[in-house]
Write a protein that binds this ligand. Structure first.
Ligand code: CA
Length: 246
């Protein structure tokens, strides 16, 4: 059922086959169910400044820097740039609002699929725009033995961030991988764009309220309605990814 998508990817990117060695996971909305908290914090804090950003729209901006998100909404309403002071204040309030929430839960299916991937002898990596200092500890606590700092790309490593392909190109470099030796797992349109622009087979998992078609239009090679569905289909997908490599 995935053959057509794989063939189209190989054709577009000029590869003969996929020789899978690593699976590159985005974090928020993929490994952790943290997006409802982010969307809620954005909505509340923007509203308190007279700026309108619905929770649903917040999902479409996922992956942008805080400053970029604030400026898009500010420009739309006031037809001018927000001052650096305003950007800083709103972003600080948004972070504080987000931190009022309990620690986000693991996304259902995430731990299970990671174990399958490890058992297949593949290397899981994290590629995130997040710059939270607690990130490494939280990953180690929730997904013990899966990730190492050396094989991780965070906000501290990159200059441009998603949708620029930079974070995924950096992951390939850190993992000593070619683009056809990895796949990307993403939930947001801009994350999908980044994975596709890096020339990597990109799997979209639609874990939020947006229309799945937006993820396909952003360049996703395959779409699953949840992480659990990705996990449940792992064996079938892995089998077909391996097929050209006999
Ligand atoms: Ca994400």
């Amino acid at each position: 059922m995935f053959q057509e998508a794989i063939a189209r990817y190989l054709n577009q990117n000029g590869y003969q086959d996929i020789n899978l060695k690593s699976v590159l996971f985005d974090m928020d909305g993929v490994l952790f169910n943290s997006m409802p908290y982010h969307a809620d914090a954005w909505h509340k804090v923007m509203e308190s400044h007279g700026l309108h950003l619905s929770r649903e729209e917040a999902y479409l901006h996922e992956g942008r820097t805080g400053a970029a998100t604030i400026n898009i909404v500010y420009q739309r309403q006031f037809h001018k740039e927000a001052s650096p002071e305003v950007v800083k204040a709103i972003y600080a309030e948004k972070s504080a609002e987000f931190n009022k929430n309990p620690e986000p839960e693991k996304m259902p299916g995430a731990w299970e699929v990671l174990q399958k991937i490890k058992a297949n002898g593949l290397q899981p990596m994290v590629v995130t725009g997040s710059g939270q200092h607690s990130l490494l500890g939280r990953l180690a606590h929730n997904f013990p033995g899966m990730f190492t700092r050396e094989l991780m790309v965070t906000a501290f490593d990159v200059k441009y961030g998603k949708p620029n392909p930079e974070p995924y190109l950096m992951a390939l470099q850190k993992g000593n991988l070619e683009a056809n030796e990895a796949i990307v797992i993403e939930n947001a349109p801009m994350g999908v764009q980044a994975g596709a622009a890096a020339g990597i087979f990109t799997v979209a998992v639609n874990t939020g309220p947006i229309d799945g078609q937006i993820l396909l239009d952003s360049g996703a090679n395959i779409l699953f309605p949840s992480m659990q569905a990705f996990c449940d289909n792992w064996e079938a997908l892995y089998g077909e990814l391996q097929q050209g490599n006999s």
